[in-house]
Design a protein around this ligand. Structure first.
Ligand SMILES: [Zn+2]
Length: 231
C-alpha cells in the first residue's frame, strides 16, 4: 500500500509499518530539500518531491526558484511540490500566486506532476492550472467543493484523501469520493503522527465506493504509480 503524501522527514511523524510498501515525501521549502532527498537515499520505494509550500513563501526569494530549478535538474524528484495556495493561513495572496505560478511553469518544463496544497483557494488554483495545458498531478488533502472537484477532474487532476475522510460526519468529503472515479483517487496521511492510519482511509474509500479494501489499495497504488511514473 502506497502512501502518496507523507512528511517522513518531520520529527513528529513516525515511520510506517511494513503494510506500507512505498512513500512519497513532499518538501516544504529550501530548508528541507536536503532532508527529503536524504530520507529517500536510505530507503527503496521512497520518492521525494521538491517545492515551496505556500506557508513558507515568505522565507523564499526569486533566487530560491532558480535553486529549485537547479535541484530539479540534478536530483530528479518525481514531482514538484508541495506548492499551491492557502488563503486561509497566508494573507499575502500575490506572493503565493507568484511562487505557485513559477512552480507550475517548472513542472511543465520538466514534464513533472505537481503535488498541490489548496485551502480556500481552489478556484484560483484551478484557473492557474488551466493556463498551463500540460500541467498534471494531485490536489492533496482535497478540501474544495464537489463542483470544484468536477472542474479539476476535467483537466485530469487527481485527488488525495487523508484521515479527515475517516470522520463519519465528513459528509461533504464522502459525497466527493462517491462522485469521483476511483481512478482519480490516491490516499495519504500527510503530517499525521501515525502513518498506519492509511489503512483506515482505504477502508473508508472502500465503504463509500462499495468495493473491497484490497480493490481500493490496488487501484490507488496503480493511480500513484501512473501519476508519478514510478513502479
Ligand atoms: Zn503536506
Amino acid at each position: 500500500m502506497l502512501n502518496s503524501h507523507i512528511h517522513l522527514d518531520f520529527d513528529n511523524v513516525n515511520s510506517p509499518s511494513s503494510s506500507t510498501t512505498g512513500v512519497i515525501i513532499p518538501s516544504t521549502g529550501k530548508d528541507n530539500w536536503d532532508s527529503v532527498i536524504a530520507c529517500c537515499h536510505s530507503n527503496d520505494n521512497s520518492y521525494f518531491a521538491l517545492g515551496i509550500h505556500p506557508w513558507f513563501v515568505k522565507d523564499h526569494q526569486m533566487i530560491d526558484l532558480h535553486d529549485l530549478e537547479v535541484r530539479i535538474e540534478e536530483e530528479k524528484p518525481i514531482a514538484v511540490g508541495e506548492c499551491g495556495l492557502d488563503y486561509a493561513k497566508v494573507k499575502d495572496q500575490n506572493t503565493q500566486r507568484f511562487f505557485f505560478d513559477e512552480q507550475v511553469a517548472l513542472a511543465t518544463r520538466f514534464d513533472l506532476p505537481l503535488i498541490i496544497h489548496s485551502v480556500h483557494a481552489t478556484e484560483d488554483v484551478t484557473d492557474l492550472l488551466k493556463s498551463y495545458s500540460k500541467s498534471r498531478g494531485v490536489i492533496h488533502a482535497y478540501s474544495g467543493s464537489l463542483q470544484q472537484a468536477e472542474n479539476l477532474l476535467k483537466i485530469n487532476f487527481s485527488f488525495g484523501f487523508g484521515t479527515s475522510l475517516t470522520n463519519p460526519h465528513a459528509y461533504k468529503l464522502h459525497d466527493i469520493v462517491k462522485f469521483l472515479p476511483i481512478e482519480s483517487i490516491v490516499i495519504e496521511t500527510d503530517d499525521r503522527k501515525n502513518p498506519d492510519e492509511l489503512i483506515q482511509v482505504a477502508e473508508r474509500v472502500a465503504r463509500i465506493k462499495k468495493i473491497t479494501v484490497d480493490q481500493v489499495i490496488e487501484q490507488c497504488d496503480q493511480n500513484t504509480f501512473n501519476i508519478f511514473k514510478i513502479s
